[in-house]
Design a protein around this ligand. Structure first.
Ligand SMILES: *Cc1c(COP(=O)(O)O)cnc(C)c1O
Length: 455
């Protein structure tokens, strides 16, 4: 076996070239999966040198790689990687620490502890809350709702860890009409069926209506799990969390969870934190690192006010595992895992409070700029652009055709969705490196392609 040097040199050479190309390479690739597969080949009998493998590997993959970390990728809600976060992620890989149990890596455990504490401060969440570093808002949602399940049923006199769900008091799950699909999945995985879930009416922006929530809660027979949202994936709208928390507080046995995958970062901006006012009154929160904070995949935080509920719901127990409350694996679905909180630390350390606020505000301001230009070009802006999402309808043009044309052109990349029963184009500004010029160029490109299709 070669030592580490040649392989890492090959990786570094590729990374430098790839990262330098992000601002200029075509954003959407007309990738040919079959070509990539053919180039990767069959399982060989004999091994090969590490550096040669690296060179072959990147050559095979590159035609199928998307410049989604670059400044003109506006699809989904996609952050790039801050240089410092990427570098810290390399350190995480190189040191190969297991963050399951503190004794396996006190450095990783304390690094994540500090990153978690800083994140709570920035997000305005209770300092006593437990933080688990999850792979995404999806698993963070599952971890949070598992804690909710434990606590709600315990309060109703039911030990779900011992007795399971059969015969348990019915927990009614209340989700906003425009809740994210992963919250629905989390509900289902935790054994809360659709028959005991209610979609609470939302307004035109997708914000849960507190009056409708009050009605739904009054109709629920027992414990209630309310899943609110900060940052609707199409509109960016945030549920009125303060009013929702007030409604939830009237109920004797209720848990309020906030899926704030990207929207909760608004709390870090003095200009926009009013959008998520009241978030701190919830019981649990899911928030991504790999979206708006721009740390590499994968990264999210599961935050639960009652750390004991979380640890009880997720606990594992074995004589060889010296697990205590301070051990990270009591806060995540994963047992062995990379310490993905370390790149979060690096991002927060490099940005500071003002830097995170600036990152949030810059993306929001650029979204507004895009919306103004689209509107001036005759494209309908469907949403109130309060955060970093712009939702568009394009009169006279099929948005799927337009999105395809944009991908083929390569200047930028946008996705599609269905909103309020009609197809729409999504334009999400989530990358730290996106500039006003990137936005202007992309809007001009989309408008020109629209003209071509309409003509
Ligand atoms: C993206 C998103 C999720 C899922 O997050 P992943 O990081 O993809 O797991 C959940 N909720 C909302 C509101 C989101 O925007």
């Amino acid at each position: 076996m070669d030592g580490y040097g040649p392989a890492l040199d090959a990786a570094r050479t590729f990374a430098d070239r790839w990262l330098a190309s992000l601002p200029t390479r075509p954003v959407g690739v007309p990738a040919d999966p079959a070509a990539v597969r053919a180039r990767l080949g069959d399982l060989p009998d004999d091994g090969a040198g590490a550096a040669a493998v690296l060179d072959d590997l990147v050559a095979a993959l590159e035609p199928g790689l998307v410049a989604s970390g670059g400044p003109r990728y506006f699809g989904f809600v996609t952050g790039g990687s801050l240089p410092v976060a990427l570098a810290a992620d390399w350190v995480v890989s190189a040191t190969d620490q297991d963050a399951a149990v503190a004794v396996m890596s006190p450095g990783a455990a304390v690094g994540e502890e500090v990153a978690g504490r800083w994140a709570l401060e920035l997000l305005g969440l209770p300092s006593e809350a437990a933080v688990g570093f999850a792979t995404g808002a999806q698993t963070a949602n599952i971890a949070c709702l598992a804690a909710a399940r434990h606590a709600l049923l315990a309060a109703a006199g039911w030990d779900v860890e011992a007795d399971g769900l059969a015969g348990a008091p019915t927990v009614t799950v209340l989700l906003g009409a425009a809740a994210h699909a992963t919250v629905v999945q989390a509900r289902r995985l935790l054994g809360f069926g659709a028959r005991h879930a209610v979609r609470v009416a939302a307004d035109a922006q997708g914000r849960m209506r507190p009056d409708a929530l009050r009605e739904a809660m009054a109709a629920a027979p027992g414990p209630v799990l309310v899943c609110a949202q900060a940052g609707q994936v199409n509109t960016g709208a945030c549920d009125p969390l303060d009013a929702i928390a007030a409604v939830v507080a009237e109920h004797p046995d209720a848990w309020l969870h906030v899926d704030g995958a990207f929207g909760l970062w608004a709390a870090a901006s003095p200009r926009r934190r009013h959008l998520v006012a009241g978030a701190e009154r919830a019981d649990s929160w899911a928030v991504d690192g790999h979206k708006w904070l721009n740390v590499p995949y994968d990264s999210a935080l599961a935050v639960v006010r009652d750390g004991t509920a979380l640890a009880t719901a997720l606990s594992v127990s074995a004589p060889y595992l010296p697990l205590g409350a301070a051990d990270p694996s009591t806060r995540t679905l994963e047992n062995s895992r990379r310490p993905r909180g370390i790149p979060v630390y690096a991002a927060l350390r490099a940005l500071g409070r003002t830097g995170v606020a600036d990152l949030v505000d810059r993306c929001c301001d650029l979204a507004l700029r895009a919306a103004e230009r689209f509107a001036a070009g005759g494209v309908e802006v469907v949403n109130d652009v309060v955060l970093n999402q712009v939702l568009l309808r394009v009169p006279g043009v099929d948005v799927a055709d337009l999105a395809r044309a944009v991908a083929e052109d390569g200047t930028c990349w946008v996705g599609t969705t269905v909103w309020d029963g009609a197809p729409a184009l999504r334009f999400s500004v989530s990358n730290w490196s996106t500039t006003a010029e990137d936005v202007d160029r992309s809007v001009a490109c989309i408008l020109a392609l629209r003209d071509g299709l309409a003509g």
